[in-house]
Design a protein around this ligand. Structure first.
Ligand code: ADP
Ligand code: ADP
Ligand code: MG
Length: 650
């Protein structure tokens, strides 16, 4: 076995790999970027090497720097985790050239499965059922449009080099093909450096059912059962479980055999996942599943397989990479109970799931179920990397009991600072249709209102609670006398301030970035706060951070502070014509120039954050007066990007 491993990743997966490597007696070597100096994964390893700046290209995606660090540290092997370089054949080659063992399949196997169109052709030859569609070489828009018509709408346009659900476009009508094609090509060229696409029949009531496969370098290959990952948001997995609801032992054997055949067709070694799409409209059936892709790495959701099989997949990866035989044969794999994983993201479900960055003010994770996390309190969610904070994995004898356990664990999870999807996950776990196993990949996107993931407006009662805390914590909880007031205090700027039993003042505040006003009445018992007539909630938790307070109530976070007078007059919603960045990110493209007339709603710029693109549009018709940034610039949340002047409108 290896004596040391360099973990070429960050976050929860780096921590998770380090755990097993340590148990196996290895010296663990972390790498990190300038944004991760104090990150948990750095502290979880025995040694750590700085790669470079925060930008992934100059750190976690820099093959040269990682190999250099591995040589300096005298690492024997390199584990790539998932994401970043995990499916990069050149990285696997560079490791081999440097005398390092890459913990993963051969560069040839990575390449064979790396492009979805080529992989489908290979699978077709190996007798694995594939989704009907066009996956040939031709890429002319007119030709592909004809193919889409022949396949029959709805179809999916898929980037051949894609991953993470990005760049997929569903097309429902022939007339919509051209526009969808154009935007798909644009997004996948930017994201994957290749604009090649394939066209696939869009399966109705789709369920995502994938098989964990494992192979060694001696030609043995087995499967470790399936995972149902149908609960997705915009084609990204959110909740995963094993076994799949409605799976029979016979169908498992049949689909498992297809998955093993897929692995054998590319002489696979190590951990891999063969993904199938199933037609869920009539339950899982032998003639209703089709190969979509193979991920040649450890998967985010591997812990549910570990829970039901009792195996450590990372240990198996190391064993196979060291040349050992698979520890167990197919007939020795046992499945025990049910496991469900929920991915906790720093994102705001009520604001179109925009990633939410910032310092984690407080963090409470349930101690009694498996939690794989990559951050701790005081840590930072930065705009540079994936916004996943933790994974909660529940395991129990039955699906019902597992769901109960996971729901309870989510209810006890508290993340303060960045917004999170915890309340949405808990709401999902309570949904009767999910509990009955009635799921498909559009379930979440269809149920956003029922899941509470729609802008509900500010929670005034929670904000009032927060303002009370702020006032109680500040020196203003007693009636201030005039020569004892801080210059920045709103109290200082108020005239007509009278001493007396019940005085009411209007206090400008900021709730979740939006200006508002609180009516504060000072009585003998202290400050009494009303916001639009709403009194404070009795039952919330407050966490102070700087001049702000975070109020947590039923999993929902409200952030309040007392406004500086200078800012009380500017609005945050663009109605003043200042178009601001909704989050930290990078300006990908500017569609307008200074002096251009724009229509209300017209596209102005595209900002990329957390690898997702967000289009900003004009709040109203007007003329572009000023542009503060150039394409390619990094912008902070709230930074002014441009000014639209309504007066200039023609
Ligand atoms: P998995 O099936 O393991 O979740 P996917 O194939 O969905 O992986 O995604 C591929 C990789 O993309 C993941 O390993 C992960 O690192 C990355 N990824 C997943 N979700 C996101 C996201 N929301 N934004 C950016 N990258 C992501
Ligand atoms: P990625 O590499 O981005 O993970 P996949 O091919 O695995 O791309 O597809 C991602 C998701 O898109 C699937 O999990 C599923 O929800 C949906 N999807 C993919 N192919 C189809 C299809 N043919 N019909 C319906 N949904 C699909
Ligand atoms: Mg996939």
């Amino acid at each position: 076995m290896f004596g040391s491993v360099l973990i070429a990743n960050r976050g929860e997966i780096a921590c998770r790999i380090a755990r097993t490597a340590k148990r196996m007696g290895m010296r663990t070597i972390a790498v990190y970027s300038a944004a991760d100096v104090r990150a948990l994964h750095v502290r979880s390893c025995d040694e750590a090497y700085l790669l470079g700046p925060a930008e992934p290209r100059e750190s976690y995606l820099s093959i040269g720097r990682i190999i250099e660090a591995a040589k300096l540290a005298h690492a024997e092997c390199v584990h790539p985790g998932y994401g970043f370089l995990a499916e990069n054949a050149e990285f696997a080659e560079a490791c081999a050239q440097a005398g390092l063992v890459f913990v993963g399949p051969s560069p040839q196997a990575i390449r064979a499965m790396g492009l979805k169109d080529r992989a489908k052709s290979l699978m077709e030859q190996a007798g694995v059922p594939i989704v009907p569609g066009y996956h040939g070489e031709r890429q002319e828009p007119k030709f592909l449009k004809e193919k889409a018509y022949e396949i029959g709408y709805p179809v999916l346009i898929k980037p051949a080099a894609g991953g993470g659900g990005r760049g997929l476009r569903r097309v429902d009508r022939h007339a919509e093909f051209d526009a969808a094609f154009e935007s798909a090509v644009r997004e996948c060229a930017a994201a994957f450096g290749s604009s090649r696409v394939l066209i696939e029949k869009c399966i109705a009531s789709p369920r995502h059912v994938e098989f964990q496969v494992f192979a060694d370098s001696r030609g043995n290959a087995i499967h470790l059962g399936e995972r149902d990952c149908s609960l997705q948001r915009r084609h990204q997995k959110v909740i995963e479980e094993a076994p799949a609801p409605g799976m029979s032992a016979e169908l498992r054997a049949q689909m498992g055999a297809a998955a093993v055949a897929a692995a054998k067709a590319v002489a696979y070694a190590g951990a891999g996942t063969v993904e199938f799409i199933a037609d869920g409209s009539k339950g899982l059936r032998p003639d209703g599943f089709w190969f979509i892709e193979m991920n040649t790495r450890l998967q985010v959701e591997h812990p549910v397989t570990e829970a039901v099989t009792g195996l450590d997949l990372v240990e198996w990866q190391f064993r196979v990479a060291a040349g050992e035989k698979l520890p167990l044969a197919q007939g020795q794999i046992r499945f025990d109970g049910h496991a469900i994983e929920a991915r906790v993201y720093a994102e705001d479900p009520a604001n179109d799931f925009l990633p939410s960055t910032g310092t984690i003010v407080a963090l409470r994770l349930p101690p009694d179920i498996r939690v794989d996390s990559g951050v701790d309190a005081g840590g930072e969610v930065t705009p540079y990397y994936d916004a996943m904070i933790a994974k909660l994995i529940a395991h129990a004898a039955t699906r019902e009991a597992t769901l109960d356990r996971l729901t309870d664990a989510l209810d006890r999870t508290l993340i303060v600072g960045p917004r999170s999807n915890v309340a949405l996950l808990a709401a999902l776990c309570r949904r009767e249709d999910f509990r009955r196993g009635q799921i498909d990949t559009e379930f979440i996107d269809r149920s956003l209102v029922l899941l509470g993931a729609v802008g509900q407006g500010p929670d005034r009662a929670a904000a009032a609670f927060g303002v009370e805390r702020l006032l109680a914590a500040s020196s203003f909880d007693e009636a201030p006398d005039d020569d004892n007031v801080e210059p920045s205090s709103p109290w200082a700027a108020r005239d007509g301030f009278q001493l007396g039993p019940a005085r009411t003042i209007d206090l400008p505040i900021v709730i979740d970035g939006e200006g508002a006003e609180a009516k504060v009445t000072y009585g003998k018992a202290g400050p009494n706060v009303l916001i639009d007539g709403t009194p404070p909630v009795p039952d919330a938790e407050a966490f102070a951070a700087g001049d702000e307070v975070f109020v947590l109530r039923h999993g929902r976070q409200t952030r309040v502070r007392i406004a500086d007078f200078a800012e009380a007059s500017t609005t945050a919603d663009g109605s003043d014509g200042i178009v601001k960045a909704p989050m930290h990110g990078k300006v990908l493209e500017l569609f307008v120039h200074v002096g251009d007339s724009v229509a209300g709603g017209q596209r102005l710029t595209v900002i990329e954050a957390m690898k997702m693109e967000h289009t900003l549009s004009a709040p109203f018709a007007g003329v572009v007066r000023q542009i503060a940034v150039a394409a390619g610039a990094q912008v902070m949340e709230g930074a002014a990007i441009m000014v639209i002047d309504p007066a200039g409108k023609r």
